[in-house]
Design a protein around this ligand. Structure first.
Ligand code: NAD
Ligand code: MG
Length: 383
């Protein structure tokens, strides 16, 4: 297997730190070339001292001096500034980019990495939500793989290995239902961020944890799946599966279904993406069926969790609508985390933006950048 020379964008986050665990356990397969972080300078310095990349990026410019002082003596270059994420993914020594940063900020570096011919291990689902058509077309043109890290999409990908010649009839994306499964709108009106930040099965960054509570995460994943696997909205079904053991399923045209399962542990899909096509031996905990006497399934509540409906609507409308949904949601989640709006108001804000932001049917990259800006302006006015 050709050694993977990794740029890990967002190395200090939940996905980034788990990816480094995988790297550490497989030093003959992975080499870290680049690590990047927004604010957590201390952890970035610690990671760099351990994994000895060529370059690190600290996006928050006010922390540059601190990181430089710590890493220059170790001969590690330190970059900051708007263009730094672009220049590091283009580096000759990098052959794979793990996009583990959160939100719209992933789009431009991912586009740059694809254009530079680097394979993408994609955790940053927002990139495909914002500009799925553009990004997947670009990947085809540059013969670059986009390997999913998201557990559901990894599950589907794992079910498809050996089946690429067989058409998909449909996929079934599983959802845990989050901390508010079974709750009604009256209950949700008054929930706090502390309640929303308690996910039953996964420990993740704040933004995706709120998205999981509002089912926006599943909505974003529906859109992500469309672009990764070339599906129509009718071919994507969501089913709530509270135990998070089956990570998703594929149904083929003969009616047969494949599911991928295991304990909820993001290191498994991270490792499958960066180690593909090999399954690397791991010491992660194994599942004991006696601990899971029943695996259950139910329909999602689209009336209460409107964000999931918005995502399907955005897919049907096409154009820049999913970009609008994403930007509105990023502002909504940030406002909810600052206690400025209520839980249900996040959906009101997204709906408002979907109605008011200028619609573009065949957007260019510049159109997406403009749409993102316009939506953020409008959404901030709402807050
Ligand atoms: P996180 O908040 O824990 O970490 C985010 C990382 O990105 C940090 O290293 C941070 O420094 C960096 N970052 C944040 N904003 C940035 C910006 N504007 N510019 C540059 N860097 C920035 O997030 P996470 O939970 O690790 O999620 C990362 C991505 O992976 C998200 O797109 C999320 O949807 C996706 N994902 C996460 C999980 C999970 O289990 N955490 C599962 C599936 C998908
Ligand atoms: Mg997921």
């Amino acid at each position: 297997m050709q050694k993977r020379h990794l740029a890990i964008l967002g190395s200090t986050g939940s996905i980034g730190t788990q990816a480094l665990e995988v790297v550490e356990a497989n030093p003959d397969i992975f080499e870290v070339e680049v690590l990047t972080a927004q604010n957590n300078a201390d952890l970035l310095i610690e990671q760099a001292a351990k994994f000895r990349p060529n370059v690190v990026v600290i996006s928050n410019e006010s922390l540059y001096d601190k990181v430089f002082a710590a890493l220059d003596p170790l001969d590690i270059k330190v970059f900051t500034g708007e263009k730094s994420l672009i220049s590091v993914v283009e580096m000759e020594s990098v052959n794979m980019v793990l996009t583990a940063l959160v939100g719209y900020a992933g789009l431009i570096p991912t586009v740059a990495a694809i254009k530079a011919g680097k394979h993408i291990a994609l955790a940053n689902k927002e990139t495909l939500v914002v500009a799925g058509e553009l990004v997947t077309d670009l990947a085809q043109k540059h013969k670059v793989d986009i390997l999913p890290v998201d557990s559901e999409h990894s599950a589907i990908f794992q079910c498809l290995v050996g089946e690429f010649h067989n058409p998909i009839e449909k996929i079934i994306l599983t959802a845990s239902g989050g901390p508010f499964r079974g709750k009604d709108r009256d209950f949700l009106k008054t929930v706090t961020k502390a309640q929303a930040l308690k996910h039953p099965n996964w420990s993740m960054g704040a933004k995706i944890t709120i998205d999981s509570a509002s089912l926006m995460n599943k909505g974003l994943e529906v859109i992500e799946a469309k672009w990764l696997f070339g599906l129509t909205p009718e071919q994507i079904e969501v089913v709530v599966h509270p135990q998070s053991i089956i990570h998703s399923m594929v149904q083929f045209e003969d009616g047969s279904m494949k599911a991928q399962m295991g304990l909820p542990d993001m290191r498994v899909p991270i490792q499958f993406a960066i180690g593909y096509p090999n399954r690397l031996k791991s010491n992660f905990p194994r599942m004991d069926f006696a601990q899971f006497p029943s695996l259950t399934f139910e329909k999602p509540d689209y009336q209460t969790f409107r964000n999931l409906s918005f995502a399907f609507e955005a897919l049907k409308v096409g154009g820049n609508m999913a970009c609008i949904v994403n930007a509105a949601n990023e502002i909504a989640v940030a406002a909810f985390l600052r206690d400025e709006i209520g839980f249900l108001e996040m959906s009101d804000l997204i709906e408002d933006c979907m109605q008011k932001v200028s619609f573009v049917q065949t957007p260019t990259l510049e159109d997406y950048i403009e749409t993102d800006k316009e939506t953020r302006r409008l959404a901030l006015a709402f807050v």
